[in-house]
Design a protein around this ligand. Structure first.
Ligand code: RB5
Length: 142
């Protein structure tokens, strides 16, 4: 399951992503926000992160204007490894190397075409499970 959330700066991009999920039959839970009225991104980071921490196989997508604020907020949650990625190489690498469980995007930074490719790369890449990467992720968690 994919948990998705955003603030007002990420709302338009979130709508593009969930439209694509609907077309592709990808299951998701939308934690909002549900319009462009100003809200506080830590509130949406918290809801998505709590869901990820309670559901082992879940992954998250968080979007604000830059992606920066919402990634800082997400990474304050122990067990969350949130990666701000604006290219497909990073989206793949952060899954393979960091076992990232949340992808962050800036709705005012990337257009929907690139963002959809980044999302597709992230959700379809798994952790490499290589010992050297496992050891480093464990160090983060401990
Ligand atoms: C909201 O205007 C904006 O500050 C927010 O979406 C985000 O970019 C913060 O990092």
């Amino acid at each position: 399951m994919i948990a998705i959330g955003c603030d007002h700066g990420g709302y338009a991009l979130k709508q593009e992503i969930i439209k694509e999920f609907d077309v592709k039959g990808i299951s998701f839970i939308d934690f909002g926000t549900h319009d462009e009225e100003a809200v506080d991104y830590p509130d949406y980071a918290k809801q998505v992160c709590q869901y990820i921490l309670e559901h082992e196989k879940a992954q998250g997508i968080l979007i604000c204007g830059t992606g920066i604020g919402i990634s800082i907020a997400a990474n304050r949650h122990v067990g969350i490894r949130a990666a701000l990625c604006h290219d497909c190489f990073s989206a793949e690498a952060t899954k393979l190397h960091n076992d990232a469980n949340v992808l962050c995007l800036g709705g005012r930074v990337v257009g929907p075409g690139l963002a959809l490719k980044i999302v597709d790369t992230f959700i379809h890449t798994d952790f490499s499970n290589e010992e050297r990467h496992k050891k480093r992720v464990e160090k983060i968690e401990n």
